[in-house]
Design a protein around this ligand. Structure first.
Ligand code: ATP
Ligand code: MG
Length: 246
């Protein structure tokens, strides 16, 4: 697996915008997922064994949470795996946009948890009111939504926060709207102007490409992407995509 990681590192360092080599990414994913799943199976198995021997209710509760976290992690891994495999089959087609949004959400769902888990207070508020179809590259759109969701989650990193995702049609049924709202750090007026003009990032490991890729992708599908934000209040990303009528 180390060789695969080195290959991926070299590929990314040589040309960060070159995402053509999906074959190598898929190969890396297969090896990495295999290793991760084995490790998770060990953690899960030993946790269950320990649960049988645990005396106190408190210890049993914590162990059940570890077990649940390992199943969430396994599910997230499966979703990422499906996603990277899907990149190889990226063809244009007709799909229900809310389901595509949902697939992107499922990749980050493990970041949200029930309100009973003390250390994680990120809440997901999902409001889907459209079953309309769009025509286009499903996996590119998933990547686009994933970029926006990741930004929203990053912005609420250490605080309590609510991520709201709404999918609905406009009144004339021409466009489907996807609105992603976070209650995170927000973006200053000055930075809002820079978002699409240059490789702008405020993250130590950011490429500053996520939003540009998302905007290009949406516009390539005949839609639009706009952002409004208020510092310390949060950010709203509004995407419009044309509805496909059969
Ligand atoms: N929802 C958000 N809340 C606060 N700031 C945001 C949000 N979305 C984007 N930003 C700001 O815009 C910058 C650019 O975002 P973009 O997604 O293009 O790149 P990035 O997240 O920095 O890096 P990456 O290439 O890993 O996505 C971010 O670094 C951040 O400062
Ligand atoms: Mg980003």
């Amino acid at each position: 697996m180390n060789d695969s990681i080195n290959n991926i590192n070299n590929m990314v360092t040589n040309d960060i915008t070159n995402f053509d080599n999906y074959e190598m990414i898929t190969q890396f994913s297969e090896e990495a997922f295999h290793d991760f799943k084995n490790i998770l199976a060990t953690i899960s198995g030993l946790t269950q064994l320990t649960m049988l021997k645990a005396q106190s209710e408190e210890t049993k509760l914590y162990l059940s949470r570890i077990k649940r976290a390992t199943s969430d992690f396994t599910e997230a891994l499966n979703n990422y795996y499906d996603f990277t495999t899907g990149l190889n089959n990226n063809k244009k087609g007709i799909h229900v946009l809310s389901e595509t949004v949902d697939e992107a959400i499922s990749m980050v769902k493990h970041k949200f948890s029930d309100s009973d888990i003390i250390n994680n207070r990120l809440v997901l508020n999902l409001n889907i009111q459209s079953k309309s179809k769009v025509y286009g590259y499903k996996y590119k759109l998933i990547q686009c939504f994933l970029n926006i969701l990741t930004n929203a989650i990053d912005s609420m990193d250490k605080a309590e926060g609510i991520l709201t995702v709404k999918v609905f049609n406009d009144s004339s049924n021409v466009f489907v709207n996807v609105v992603i709202i976070d209650t995170g750090s927000g973006i200053s007026v000055e930075n809002l102007e820079r978002l699409f003009k240059e490789r702008f990032t405020t993250k130590s490991n950011g490429t500053g490409l996520g939003l540009k890729i998302a905007k290009n992708c949406v516009e390539g599908h005949g839609g639009s992407l706009s952002i409004t934000s208020k510092i310390n209040e949060g950010t709203k990303v509004h995407i419009l995509l044309p509805i496909y009528n059969d």
